[in-house]
Design a protein around this ligand. Structure first.
Ligand code: R5P
Length: 306
């Protein structure tokens, strides 16, 4: 029996691209609202005995998208699906993977538990903020990797000498994984977060002087981290303009304004969340569908397939 792919309302375009990559039709599911604002999910697909994949990005409004995912999964389970897998190109609250002040919740854990409450059997996540987030899930997590797509996109246009810059300590492993196949060195910006949208860069470890810089991070949200990193590397003698690569381009709050005044040649992100509006900076969006489709293909392949 062939698998069924369903799309939540957060990112139908990406779901269509994943369906096309898998040569599957997108399953039918009605998503409306009752007059009181509650979600009205009506499964219009026969999922009995099928392996069901529900694509839902958990970007804002995270709570609504999360509940929709849980309701869709519950409907599939009640209709006799063999298994339900949540395909989550962007996991909201993934940055809340540890308590900093000690008086806040462990948001990533709560979100992971709520996903499981919808009775999903497993989860596919694209480029999680940190691998440690996997530990928040009571269900198995499969990782989809956008880095090879981003590397392939940039490889042919690299200008040397270049250096890959991690904008903070948390992104060092990602920067190294990006730099290694391209044979590039890595430098790290020492970042201090002041608030949700404000950061301060304290300096750079590594040599950026006279080099083209590629800043690599997992996500751009308000653009504060990026702005601090770009200003710092230029102060330390890096060549301008700078290239930026991130798996998730949220571009929230002051991001457009911040990025529009930075010396940027390219800002390359995947379409893990939909971009709404017109970018006031040199944005390049590459499709994440191949990375997600690869994992789904692997999961539905018969155990003895090569
Ligand atoms: C931080 O740990 C992340 O890797 C990103 O650097 C950060 O969340 C980006 O947020 P913003 O664009 O708001 O600085």
């Amino acid at each position: 029996m062939r698998p069924v792919l369903l799309a939540g309302s957060s990112h139908p375009a990406l779901a269509r691209n994943v369906a096309a990559a898998l040569q599957l039709p997108l399953g039918r599911c009605g998503l409306e609202r009752f007059p009181d604002g509650e979600l009205d999910v009506q499964l219009e697909e026969n999922v009995r005995g099928a392996e069901v994949f529900i694509l839902q990005a958990l970007n804002a409004p995270v709570g609504e998208h999360l509940l929709e995912l849980a309701l869709m999964s519950d409907a599939c389970q009640r209709l006799g699906a063999r298994s339900v897998t949540a395909v989550i190109p962007y996991l909201g609250y993934a940055r809340h993977d540890r308590r900093v002040s000690g008086v806040e919740p462990l948001g990533a854990r709560v979100v992971a538990e709520l996903i499981a409450a919808g009775r999903v059997d497993r989860v596919i996540c694209l480029d999680l903020h940190s691998r440690a987030v996997e530990g928040c899930f009571p269900r198995p997590v499969e990782h989809a990797d956008a880095l090879p797509l981003l590397i392939a996109h940039l490889r042919s246009t690299l200008t040397l000498p270049a250096v890959v810059v991690s904008p903070d300590l948390g992104a060092v492993k990602r920067a190294e994984a990006f730099a290694q196949p391209l044979g590039l060195p890595v430098a790290v910006v020492h970042k201090q977060r002041i608030s949700g949208s404000e950061v301060k860069a304290m300096g750079v470890v590594g040599d950026v002087k006279g080099r083209h810089v590629i800043v690599v991070d997992d996500m751009i949200a308000t653009g504060g981290t990026l702005a601090a990193a770009v200003k710092t590397v230029i102060e330390h003698g890096a060549l301008s303009p700078v290239t930026v690569v991130a798996s998730h381009g949220l571009f929230v709050g002051p991001a457009q304004e911040r990025l529009s005044v930075l010396p940027l040649s390219r800002v390359v992100v995947t379409d893990s969340v939909p971009f709404v509006g017109t970018a006031r900076f040199p944005l390049e969006v590459i499709g994440a569908a191949p990375a997600l489709a690869d994992v789904i293909r692997r999961l539905v392949a018969p155990p003895n397939a090569a």
